[in-house]
Every structure is written in structure tokens, then in C-alpha cells.
Design a protein around this ligand. Structure first.
Ligand SMILES: [Fe+2]
Length: 243
């Protein structure tokens, strides 16, 4: 008989899916920045708008981590979030530089525009490298600390504080990245959680405006099956959305 009780260990991971979504967005933007010549005004305007939208989401993500996750971590392990806060400060600095470079692209023309685009591409690649490192550190070093300090219910509560403050447009925007970036089991797990917690109209909107347009018909059918939902007319709707 042992007098030493095993330390409770939570398993909940609130970083995994959103970080996969952010990695997907960054990868797509990096490729598009590298492939854009700057001559096609419509392509360029769309790319800069998508980059601006991504920066807004990334800022939002950092603010939520600062406000809810770092505060909770500091309360139980003072000093543990100091390195993360420094990383976030570097990210905010990167966002400002990227916005300045985006203005430079808009203001330039001809060869100068191609040069300005290349500078933006390289700065984005450096931000991405730093953020990939940062997110992996959060998942591999910080998450185990959180899981040793908090219960699963408490970790879900922290995530709930963040998710409950998203409006529908923000929920759809994050879901459009998280769903295709996740594997099939993670998609079912995430959508089932949303179905249980969110109003039915929000769940329906996520399925029709985020899951269906961002997955192949087969992957969308697999998600519906995993949720125990009737098959949808996925192929027809997917074709309409993507055309
Ligand atoms: Fe972070």
C-alpha cells in the first residue's frame, strides 16, 4: 500500500486546433506572397486584404492568450508566463513592421512594387518562423505545466472565457482555418463540443459556412457521419461555394 498519491494530470489541450489553423493560414499567405508579381491589381488587393485579416486574427489570438491563459498561469506559477509575454511583444512589433511594409506595397508601382512585395514576403517569413517556434513551445513546454496545475474542467473554463466572447463572424473565421487544418477525429471532437455548447443556429452556421466550404465533399460527409448527422447534399453545395 502506497501513501503517495499520483498527481492529478489534466489532458485537455486548448492550443492544438487553433495553432494548426494559424499555421495553415500562415503557410497559405507565405506561398501567395512569394507567387504574387504585383501586376494583377485584383490579386494584390485580395492578398493584402487577407493578410490584414490574418494580422487582425493573430492579434486577437495573442490578446486572448495574454488575458486568459497567461493570467491563469501566473496565478498558480508566478513568473511562468514571462517568456511568453516577451514573445508576444516581439509579435506585436512584427505586426507593426508588416503593416508598414504593406503600405509600402500599396504606394509603389512597377518594379518598385515587386521589390516592396519581396521585402514583405521576407519579413512575413521571419515572423512565421518565430511564431512557429513560439506555438510549438506553448504546446510542448507550457501546456504540460498548465495540465499539471489545472484540472480539465478548469482548462475548459479558460477556453470557454475566450470562445464565449467571439461574435459569429469571428467564430466562422477561426473555424474556416481550424476545421480544414485538423485531422478527422479532431474535427468531430471540436464540432461535437460546439454543438453541445453553442446555440443551434451558431452550430448550423459553422457547419454550412465554415466546415462545408473548407472541406472536400468526402471529408465533410465524414464529419457529418462522425457527428451522427444525416448526409447533406455536400457535393452540390461544395461545388457552388468553390466556383
Ligand atoms: Fe502565444
Amino acid at each position: 500500500m502506497s501513501f503517495i498519491k499520483a498527481k492529478p494530470q489534466a489532458r485537455y489541450d486548448f492550443y492544438g486546433k487553433i495553432h494548426k489553423g494559424l499555421r495553415l493560414a500562415q503557410s497559405q499567405l507565405l506561398v501567395r506572397l512569394g507567387a504574387c508579381g504585383g501586376d494583377d491589381a485584383v490579386e494584390l488587393a485580395l492578398l493584402l486584404a487577407d493578410l490584414a485579416g490574418f494580422l487582425g486574427m493573430a492579434e486577437h489570438h495573442l490578446e486572448n492568450e495574454d488575458r486568459w491563459i497567461h493570467t491563469a498561469l501566473e496565478a498558480r506559477a508566478p513568473g511562468a508566463a514571462r517568456g511568453l509575454a516577451q514573445d508576444h511583444a516581439h509579435h506585436h512589433h512584427a505586426f507593426e513592421e508588416l503593416k508598414t511594409l504593406m503600405s509600402g506595397v500599396r504606394a509603389a508601382d512597377g518594379e518598385n512594387r515587386a521589390r516592396a512585395l519581396h521585402l514583405l514576403y521576407l519579413r512575413f517569413s521571419r515572423f512565421m518562423a518565430a511564431d512557429l517556434e513560439h506555438m510549438a513551445e506553448e504546446e510542448q513546454l507550457i501546456l504540460p505545466v498548465l495540465q499539471s496545475l489545472f484540472t480539465d474542467e478548469e482548462l475548459m473554463g479558460v477556453e470557454g472565457e475566450i470562445v464565449s466572447r467571439l461574435d459569429l463572424d469571428e467564430t466562422i473565421a477561426f473555424a474556416r482555418l481550424m476545421i480544414p487544418a485538423s485531422n478527422p477525429a479532431e474535427r468531430v471532437d471540436w464540432a461535437a463540443g460546439m454543438r453541445a455548447a453553442a446555440p443551434p443556429e451558431v452550430f448550423d452556421a459553422v457547419m454550412s459556412l465554415a466546415a462545408q466550404p473548407s472541406l472536400t465533399p468526402a471529408a465533410y460527409a465524414q464529419l457529418r457521419e462522425g457527428l451522427g448527422l444525416e448526409p447533406a447534399q455536400a457535393e452540390l453545395s461544395w461545388g457552388r461555394t468553390r466556383s
